[in-house]
Unconditional design. Structure first.
Length: 126
């Protein structure tokens, strides 16, 4: 049988220095720095940005859905579906609760009956 030897790893400092050298090679170097910052078209944090949204195009304004009507339609569809499903869900929940209550009553009656019979039998003369 061949003995398995654990692999030998290079020293940790060597691994870290190699990883650091790799990261240095992969790091991008700046190639162009504009002489005048206004020549750079990239936005910077000091730029003022207009946060107001532009007015919608007149042709697109007619294409936008009427949100009020859409909300009413959605509300009506949800109510219709709930009216159809709630009775079934309530009935199923009531059947499950009734089954659990029936089982609890049955077990309670069995225990009480057995206890009463046991007490009666112990009181009889032998």
């Amino acid at each position: 049988m061949q003995e398995i030897t654990p692999p030998s790893y290079p020293p940790l400092d060597d691994v870290v220095s190699r990883a650091d050298a790799f990261m240095q090679r992969q790091r991008p170097t700046p190639q162009h720095t504009p002489a005048n910052p206004e020549d750079d078209d990239l936005p910077v944090l000091t730029d003022v940005v207009n946060l107001e949204s532009p007015a919608p195009h007149p042709q697109l304004q007619h294409a936008l859905p009427d949100l009020e009507a859409l909300g009413q339609e959605l509300s009506a569809a949800i109510q219709k579906r709930l009216q159809a499903e709630i009775p079934t869900l309530v009935e199923a929940a009531m059947h499950a609760a009734l089954a659990q209550i029936s089982q609890d009553i049955r077990l309670g009656l069995e225990e009480t009956t057995q206890s009463a019979i046991r007490d009666y039998m112990q009181g009889l003369p032998r």
